[in-house]
Design a protein around this ligand. Sequence first.
Ligand code: PMP
Length: 400
Amino acid sequence: VFANVVQAPEDPILGVTVAYNKDPSPVKVNLGVGAYRTEEGKPLVLNVVRRAEQLLVNDPSRVKEYLPITGLADFNKLSAKLIFGADSPAIQENRVATVQCLSGTGSLRVGGEFLARHYHERTIYIPQPTWGNHPKVFTLAGLSVKTYRYYDPTTRGLNFEGLLADLSAAPPGAIVLLHACAHNPTGVDPTLDQWEQIRLLMRSKGLLPFFDSAYQGFASGNLDADAQSVRMFVADGGECLTAQSYAKNMGLYGERVGALSIVCKSADVATRVESQLKLVIRPMYSNPPIHGASIVATILKDRELYHEWTIELKAMADRIINMRQQLFDALRARGTPGDWSHIIKQIGMFTFTGLNTEQVTFMTKEYHIYMTSDGRISMAGLSSKTVPHLVDAIHAAVTR
Ligand code: PMP
């Protein structure tokens, strides 16, 4: 009965790793996947995560019962505090409905499904370009996806005028997806002053902000600094949604731990919103997994573990920033044609190199360097040892 099922293409991002794994070359480098690697090219489990896991394993009161539909209560409270700030009036006034979801992706999907059912405007504006999964997540959630201008390839920076013009032209009430920090794939973020202008425009038009926060702490190494955009929108008393992921900042990729928070106008509304979120979640996966959320809650509620986390997080962010500098310096030293200053100006895990699809294909074929076809490279996948090989490849690709 399934004989007519056609072969689906690989996922454009995860497919890069599939191709990398098949390549027998000893010099191959995977710069496709957005996961942190050490200088030795190895995945990293944070020491603080190991410690939290030990505490959990040694606690006989821990059982494997189902969590509530909304997840671990402690985890939800601590997650809201982490993104909005401990002194956030929205939290103090109990106006935030937070539910534990399956990492960032699951949080976006549950938020999208909730909006499709309960919000009057079905159109969501996403930046052009954006993380490749965004349009699929929101379309399948039942929203209609449109784009707003974001990136200017000529300056390799923000197209701020285009962004403002497109949001001004959006229908009143439309939903707008914003990357809280470390925009993926471009590494280009608005300045605080630009965020303020975006906020004023959005609030004046009643546009609803939906923040995707997949990199809090990963961009600058500072958790509060990376949450500033979100906090500006919450400080004005208006509504917003936030999808948080602990994949990157705690290295909990495969544990699938994240949270959706909906900031409402009053505690009463937040209670009703939460009751409806349960109706979205229950038929989808019933309730979320317990392990990852327990790790996060253990770390966030203990002063010492929290402190250790911030140090390890900063070390990851600093290594990435250092790789940017090394790559930039090496391209300059090599005399590779072009202005590569965007490598050190961009923020977060990725550099949007400006290399085109043809150049990417060449680098993969001749140099066994794997990246997405839009020229995005994961700085976290690079090390001092692999920089020279990458520079050789880029140099050959642009001077061909
Ligand atoms: N949003 C953005 C912008 C991302 O880059 C990612 C991960 N690549 C996610 C959301 C979701 O990640 P996860 O579901 O693993 O938390």
